[in-house]
Design a protein around this ligand. Structure first.
Ligand code: NAI
Length: 794
């Protein structure tokens, strides 16, 4: 067709990117790749290889090593051996390596982009203009952090050897998100790429060689899920960073529970794309194209649930259909293609299956008339309307170019629908009324909210989920902290295994008025004292064996009541930080008034000296968190677009706290106060050794204007109460302070709804040292960062 004819017909001609360089690179390697371990290429121990295919044709691209247990072991050993020297480098020296990697990514950007498209099936336009530039940006950004590390984080040190497992949807970008912060903070790495898309990670290994990176600092072990599993289970790994499906994330949480591996999980999503009737509809439709048809919808934060205000639903749907009809689907190396190939046959089958199920559940399916290429794995852009909010296509990740549309009437209903999944990764809000948009953004449970924009990413802005979308952030300062620990904590001695208070007698609760013992306490639920459901109490004895009193034996029912009360008290999060500070100051004041009587009682269990220290330091600790309440602010980022990203520190929600037994008052306050300061509600299980402290604490809260339900106290056996807390689906996080066995069970039992678990890792915490036992480290764990992106300019 001549140019003149094309001009008249407005037909696109082919515009393929030249794959010669990538082809030559594959040939240079004989289309067969080993493992990159200790700075050199080696064959897999078992001699097994698998094929990686070009999804646009189904043709084989190369054979890639299937790493096994011995290969993972060799890689972890190499990383361990490289660790001391890498960590001992000056920050400037490490910064130069990261800078060199950024430069090399830019230098080889064309090869990397083409290779990515060939291996993954994504349009070259995306790999060339989005994936690879963001990879370079990530290494530049973290070169900066490497340089500033000692100044900004003098009290932290690297985790050590980090195992990283990445998915196939953004292969090189996910590698950069993982490797750059790990190296910047002085860790060494074993990375396992996804089995469908290993090639750019292997090309990156060559860049590491070209940059002269010391051997063993980065190791790349290809393979399938079993290779990932071997990495997760290897005892020589200090931290696991995983991106992928929620199902595998859950398995990894379980597999690492009995270890001290730190864990960050970036999992699936079902992100709402909310369009209000006053939105600029044409812009919103363009945003939607990016939201759900970018990378064929194989995006963890894809805007896969369209929520339209009812009054514009018809008009908007017609605009969406028009736009869908002009999307160009075809060979991804063509520069004028919008939608490329699905990564693999199994993924294509999965998409088809889920769409069929959605239709069976009542959805109406609409697809534009597009010719699918005869070879390769393609799926047309798809709109499912009349979707019921409980349908599988509204609740589960499809990971394909499929949009599920629903309507709403009011902003309140939009927020309810938006939050009506187990996920919480991202969201878009479109409205020309910035007040409404920001009000809605604040209420959505998601780590990222894009206002009047879609799918913007930057290394300076943390990315990650709420709820079952995982925990931890990638990018920004918060992402960096995932790869470091306070120095003192890493080297803190192990706590001796607790002797559970098995000797305590279980007794029937005394009749009211029976004067046999010194003191009985009750549970504290919803701001009221409550009798335990079981009707039983446990005896509490002094150091000398004297009976001090009885504390209720809380059970599942009591925990359930406490969770309900805590949920009802969520208004605490909306109180101003100033108000929260005032309530905390009031608590400190009231503790001061009761100082002497509390010391007298506590002394029977921990001795006079410790009792006095617990109360006096306790008053100071509450003061500290009252002070922090209105100072632990977020940040405003200036990403390289015409946007600001507002990073808000939001409370996690309702948190179950297992308090340490060794400092019954100070331990309780050290954990509960930071949570309260930033707006969480709490269900606390006080020290098993001295649960009677509950009585003093609830008197304190009762007289300090703390809203009922913001703190609930359930006494009883930790082993029983922890299980109910950890398995409860309406609790967002567990803070568990105890011996190794206790914290391991907290992690293992929390896999159900993937709640965040923060523990002392069975180590001793010196609650009497404010340098260690209070401050930012606690507040960082009491919050999660939400980034709200807002564009500016005409
Ligand atoms: P996946 O979660 O199985 O794979 C992700 C990575 O984990 C791969 O490198 C894989 O080899 C590894 N892996 C698998 N099993 C493992 C185990 N037991 N231990 C350690 N590592 C393991 O995801 P898959 O099967 O590729 O895709 C299935 C679905 O997951 C998709 O349809 C999509 O819904 C979701 N997904 C979500 C992603 C996200 O970014 N949120 C990315 C990829 C997939």
């Amino acid at each position: 067709m001549s140019i003149a004819e094309k001009f008249v017909s407005m037909e696109y001609g082919p515009a393929p990117e030249d794959p010669k360089e990538a082809g030559a690179w594959l040939e240079r390697h004989g289309r067969r790749f080993g493992l990159f371990i200790d700075g050199a290429w080696q064959a897999p121990a078992a001699g097994e290889y698998f094929e990686t295919l070009d999804p646009s044709s189904g043709d084989k691209l190369a054979s890639v090593a299937q790493g096994g247990v011995p290969d993972i072991d060799a890689a972890v050993r190499a990383a361990r051996a490289a660790c001391p020297k890498w960590r001992a480098l000056t920050p400037h020296a490490r910064a130069r390596y990261l800078y060199a990697l950024a430069r090399l990514v830019q230098k080889h950007s064309r090869l990397l982009a083409v290779l990515e498209t060939m291996d993954n099936g994504k349009p070259i336009r995306e790999s060339r203009d989005i994936d690879i530039p963001l990879v370079a940006r990530h290494f530049y950004y973290h070169a900066g952090w490497a340089q500033l590390l000692d100044q900004e984080f003098p009290e932290h040190e690297a985790c050590g050897v980090v195992g990283q497992i990445i998915p196939w949807n953004f292969p090189l970008l996910m590698l950069a998100w993982k490797i750059a912060p790990a190296l910047a903070t002085g860790n060494t790495v074993v990375l396992k790429p996804a089995e469908f898309t290993p090639l750019t990670a292997l090309a990156f290994a060559e860049l590491c060689q070209e940059a002269g990176l010391p051997a063993g600092v980065v190791n790349i072990v290809t393979g399938d899920g079993t290779t990932g599993e071997a990495l997760v289970k290897h005892p020589g790994v200090d931290k696991i960073a995983f991106t992928g499906s929620t199902e595998v994330g859950r398995a990894i949480r379980g597999a690492t529970a009995a270890s001290h591996k730190r864990l960050s999980l970036e999992l699936g999503g079902k992100s709402p794309f909310i369009i209000f009737d006053d939105a600029d509809l044409d812009s919103a439709v363009e945003g939607l194209v990016d939201g759900i048809w970018f990378n064929q919808g194989q995006v963890c934060c894809a805007g896969s649930r369209l929520l339209m205000q009812e009054s514009i639903a018809e008009k908007l749907t017609s605009k969406i259909r028009d736009r869908m009809s002009s999307l160009r689907l075809g060979p991804p190396l063509d520069k004028a293609i919008d939608i490329g190939a699905i990564v693999a046959r199994v993924q294509l089958d999965r998409i088809q299956r889920m769409v069929e199920q959605g239709v069976a559940e009542g959805a109406t399916c609409w697809q534009p008339q597009v010719a699918l290429p005869s070879r390769g794995f393609y799926y047309p852009p798809t709109l499912l309307s009349n979707v019921h909010p409980t349908s599988i296509v509204a609740q589960q990740e499809i990971f394909g170019p499929v949009l599920a549309a629903m309507t709403f009437r009011t902003p309140k209903e939009a927020v309810e629908l938006a939050n009506n999944t187990v996920y919480g990764l991202a969201s878009c809000v479109w409205s020309e009324n910035i007040n409404v948009a920001l009000h809605v953004a604040a209420q959505i449970k998601a780590g990222v909210v894009w206002v009047n924009c879609t799918n913007l990413f930057d290394a300076a802005c943390g990315f990650g989920g709420y709820r079952e979308s995982g925990y931890g952030r990638e990018g920004g300062k918060e992402g960096l902290l995932e790869y470091m620990e306070p120095k003192w904590f890493k080297h803190a001695p192990k706590l001796p295994a607790t002797t559970a208070v098995v000797s305590a007698q279980v007794v029937e609760s005394p009749e009211a008025g029976t004067p046999a013992i010194d003191r009985t306490v009750k549970l504290y639920i919803g701001g009221k004292q409550a009798r335990p459901d079981s009707g039983y109490s446990m005896e509490v004895r002094a150091q000398d064996g004297r009976l001090l009193g009885e504390a209720p034996l809380g059970n599942r029912k009591d925990i359930r009541n406490a969770v309900e009360a805590a949920r009802k008290a969520e208004g605490w999060a909306k109180a101003t930080a100033h108000n929260r500070a005032q309530v905390l100051y009031y608590c400190a004041e009231n503790l001061g008034l009761r100082r002497d009587e509390i010391i007298r009682r506590l002394a029977a269990v921990v001795g006079e000296k410790q009792a006095a220290a617990e109360v006096d330091l306790g008053i100071a600790r509450i003061f500290s968190y009252a002070a922090w309440a209105d100072k632990f602010d977020g940040a405003v980022h200036n990403p390289p677009f015409r946007n600001i990203a507002i990073a808000m520190n939001e409370p996690i929600g309702t948190v179950g706290v297992i308090c340490p037994s060794d400092a019954p008052l100070l331990g309780f306050l050290s954990l509960v106060m930071p949570l309260l300061a930033v707006g969480n509600t709490v269900i606390a299980v006080p020290s098993e050794k001295y649960p009677l402290i509950a009585g003093d604490l609830y008197q304190l809260f009762d007289t300090s204007d703390l809203p009922g339900g913001a703190v609930n106290i359930v006494t009883g056996y930790v082993s029983q109460l922890l299980k109910t807390l950890a398995e409860h689906d309406d609790i967002d996080a567990i803070w568990c302070y105890g011996d190794e066995a206790t914290v391991a069970s907290a992690k293992a039992m929390s896999t159900g709804n993937l709640k965040q678990v923060w523990t002392n890792e069975g180590r001793t915490i010196d609650w009497f040292n404010p340098q260690l036992a209070e401050g930012r480290w606690f507040l960082e764990h009491a919050t999660q960062v939400k980034n709200i992106w807002v564009p500016y300019g005409e």
